[in-house]
Write a protein that binds this ligand. Structure first.
Ligand SMILES: [Zn+2]
Length: 199
């Protein structure tokens, strides 16, 4: 957090209407649940689901516990040019800085319709021990380097729906929001059991 990436973000609002999709309720449910379960320290993280034209994602600078319809935003287009990223959106708020990461995952995984990024500290600690797919090195949060590294890992592990961002957090994917949410939750349960077992 707080690392500078040298990348400039710009958000272009194509409309100020907040996303009107019934799945926003599920997104809000999981945002609050991860906060409650302690999987999102400082209530930070970003959750999204795919739409016909792009994806709906949580806002930048809004705590997960405070997620509500009015502070979700639909990203319709992501343009990347050298040190400038332009997001074309529908909504009232600035989308998560990790929108490019979400966009990359939807691009490389056509079957995936939900991407949840949270900061499960126990999983991050135990990633090696649990032999989970994990990024190499540590890329700045919100950086294009991170997007490229995640893409590399996804290519190596074609059917994985869960991966660790080294020293940072995790990404759970699903064909539905429920699948992604349950996966993130059950991985944490598994890690807690493993941790206890170590005595
Ligand atoms: Zn993060």
């Amino acid at each position: 957090m707080g690392q500078t990436t040298g990348i400039r973000f710009e958000t272009v609002f194509l409309s100020n209407n907040s996303p009107d999709d019934e799945r926003t309720n599920q997104l809000i449910y999981w945002a609050q649940r991860f906060d409650k379960l302690g999987l999102a320290p400082k209530s930070a993280g970003n959750l999204s689901f795919r739409t016909k034209r792009g994806f709906v994602i949580t806002a930048t600078g809004v705590a997960l516990r405070a997620a509500e319809k009015e502070n979700l935003v639909e990203v319709l287009r992501v343009e990347i040019e050298q040190a400038q990223i332009v997001l074309y959106v529908k909504g009232k708020v600035v989308p998560s800085k990790e929108s490019v990461l979400h966009s990359g995952i939807y691009g490389s995984r056509p079957g995936i319709s939900a991407v949840f990024h949270i900061h499960d500290q126990l999983i991050v600690e135990l990633a090696d021990e649990l032999k989970l797919p994990c990024t190499e090195g540590e890329q700045p949060r919100g950086s294009y380097e991170l997007v490229k590294e995640v893409d590399r890992v996804l290519r190596l592990t074609e059917d994985t729906k869960y991966l660790v961002l080294k020293n940072h957090g995790v990404i759970a994917m699903g064909e539905t929001l429920e699948e992604a949410g349950r996966l993130a939750e059950s991985m944490n349960k598994m890690a807690r059991k493993e941790n206890k077992g170590r005595g």
